[in-house]
Design a protein around this ligand. Structure first.
Ligand code: TA6
Length: 296
């Protein structure tokens, strides 16, 4: 059933007009969700959530206006799936950054509406020796669950991240709490390990930190958009906080030079020291659950 047309997908997975497969940007197939409590979009390319907007709120996820929508290239923004490695491949410099999952076309396997009006889509894909099932529940809360099953006859190590991009009013004014006292790898300082103080995280330059051994929820306070975004998680022992700032934004061809003030990433992950170790037949689920509240 791979590479079905939108018409075939709508025939197979029809739940009504509020959930329709269609041709999106770059000719890629996407699922457009326009429910009573939220709207959103999920591309089959990378099983990539590119939009989520709960009723009564401004769009929550940041998307680059110059993102590529092409096979073999990741979509920039939304929620890229990083698997089975995070960042550069540990041994192969030719391998794509952040793994293979965000570059593959995923197969929609289920579509349903909950009693609360949430729209839920399930997508599947085999990546290397792993069977992946990704469930996106889009409503007042956006809950993304990636289930990972090791199909190999040997143990496997894997890194995973739901690399969520958030829209913010001004990244220089946002505050992130929840990681006080947590050890992080500072990738802007050559991987130096530091301990986060108890003050909120604020952005004063390129920021690229992998917080380790943390199961904490994070809160992003945005005094410009007057909202608070909460990132709750389970099955995740790492949280990555990132803003490219000026120079790195300029170096990314699919990222606008003036885009960095309007976004930041809080990524729900298990990477580095926290990488997954799955025995043969072993499985794991990583879950990110996003919610938004007005603060004025
Ligand atoms: O999560 C932060 C990070 O690892 C940064 O180092 C930066 O590379 C970002 O991911 C985006 O990576 P990408 O391969 O999508 O350009």
């Amino acid at each position: 059933m791979t590479h079905e047309t939108p018409e075939q997908l709508n025939a197979r997975l029809d739940i009504g007009k509020d959930a329709r497969f269609e041709i999106g940007q770059g000719g890629l197939t996407r699922l457009t969700l326009d429910g009573a409590v939220a709207s959103g979009q999920v591309y089959l390319h990378g099983a990539h959530v590119t939009a989520w907007q709960p009723a009564g709120h401004a769009p929550v996820l940041w998307m680059s206006p110059i993102s590529r929508f092409e096979p073999g290239h990741p979509i920039r923004g939304g929620v890229p799936l990083c698997f089975p490695w995070f960042g550069p491949h540990p041994h192969d410099p030719q391998a794509p950054a952040h793994g293979l999952a965000r570059l593959e076309t995923w197969q929609p396997t289920a579509l349903r509406r909950t009693a609360d009006g949430d729209l839920v889509v399930e997508l599947q894909r085999r990546i290397a020796d792993f069977d992946l099932t990704y469930t996106v529940s889009l409503g007042r809360t956006l809950t993304m669950t990636l289930h990972i099953l090791n199909r190999a006859a040997a143990p496997r190590r894997a890194e995973v991240a739901l690399h969520t991009y958030f829209t913010v009013g001004d990244v220089k004014q946002v505050q992130i709490t929840g990681l006080g006292g947590t050890i992080y790898v500072d990738k802007v300082a050559g991987g130096t390990r530091r301990r986060q103080g108890d003050e909120p995280i604020m952005f004063h330059g390129e920021t690229d930190r992998v917080y380790l051994n943390t199961q904490a929820a994070c809160v992003l306070d945005d005094p410009v958009l007057l909202r608070r975004i909460t990132v709750e998680k389970s099955g995740s022992n790492s949280t990555v906080v990132w803003n490219p700032w000026i120079d790195k934004a300029r170096r990314m061809p699919d990222f606008p030079d003036d885009g960095w003030p309007g976004m930041c990433c809080i990524e729900t992950a298990s990477v580095a020291d926290d990488a997954l170790q799955l025995p043969p037949g072993g499985d794991h689920a990583i879950i990110a659950s996003l919610s938004v509240a007005r603060t004025a």
